[in-house]
Ligand binder design. Sequence first.
Ligand SMILES: *Cc1c(COP(=O)(O)O)cnc(C)c1O
Length: 429
Amino acid sequence: MAYDWDRLAPPRSLREFEAHWSRRGDPHSFSGVWRFHALLPFASREDCVTIGEGQTLLQRSDRIARYVGLNPGRLFLQYEGMNPSGSFKDNGMSAAFTHARLTEAKKAACASTGNTSASLALYCAVTRLMRAVIFVGSGKIAYGKLSQALDYGALTVQIAGDFDDAMRRVKEVSRTLGIYLVNSLNPFRLEGQKTIMFRVLEALGWEVPEWIIVPGGNLGNSSAFGKAFRELLELGLIPRAPRLAVINATGANTLYDLFENQGLRWNGGRPDPDLIRKYYEDMDRRGRRAETIASAIEINRPVNLTKCLQALDTCRGVVREVTDQEILDAKAQVGAGGLGCEPASAATVAGLKRLAAEGVVGPDERVVCILTGHQLKDPTATVAYHTTDQDMFDRVLGSRGVHRATFANRAVSVADDLNEIIRAIELYG
Ligand SMILES: *Cc1c(COP(=O)(O)O)cnc(C)c1O
């Protein structure tokens, strides 16, 4: 989606957005998406759908800086778990709903690893604009997310397959039944997700950090961030783009493999189609399936692959992969020294730790990790990590190659006896 800025009224300085802070009684100024309407002006301001998304926080964390090898004051966590449905997806959903309303759609659908469906279900429940139809892979969705879709009243279709299967089906069904599709191949979603970067800049006093680190699943977020910075550069509102690091899980590492191992590049808008085709043919031949505890990025066929290549081009990006072990250890660190997050979000911290060890990110560079989802989204993964129940640990994590809970905070078992309880607190407290 390209804007003809000459015919619009873009701001001359990012500071102009601060005027909205004094007008928080107006829902469009209160929204962390629509207060940046001038930078995503595809609909008139009055038509924009909001349920109060984007009230997020950029948290400085020296503890996690130390964990990854950065100096104090250099690491920030952009906590998107504060959105109404608990993940960054609400940024894009408010924009997709704005467009869907203009098309007068009656039903909206998505395939989801959980958070898109939670967001879609919530926007349907609150706005009553459409009926939500969500497709999930069987057994592949974290309980926090599934509970939201059910609670908010969405029609939930569980496909016998994984996310990539559900994605293929939802596209067919939407085409056949004329249902509005809100997956991140929907370009309006990406418009809304640009605002995550605007809020990061806002929280840093409009200074551009050296690095943005984001998990890579369907690659909607990374694509949106690249577009945000391209447009800010085009408008002369920032002097340079930050560098971008996209972090895959090793069990779902299509982008990493193609970009870092096989040299796939944006190439001025002509990424090598044969390289991509052969990669997927080979994947199908071997029957390879995405497999990671970080269910939100358990995706082998990212729909925004080429857009992400453009973002990597704009932001001199790098891609890394991290194991489930690294993800869960990083998640425990975020929980102990930040606001907490779900596994996919912690991939950013694990990826940054690698990049700092490699010397790609310097200890004095300013880095922002995007914590994409709330701590409560996937309680099973968290409890299994900290558990004293070896069977649970093996079932949930051992099967995924996680062998130790390096930073486990184990519950202490005591008899129902005052003296024993006091002794335990004195011993461990
Ligand atoms: C959707 C999601 C991701 C993946 O984002 P993409 O834009 O699909 O790359 C990562 N983390 C969480 C918590 C998510 O919900």
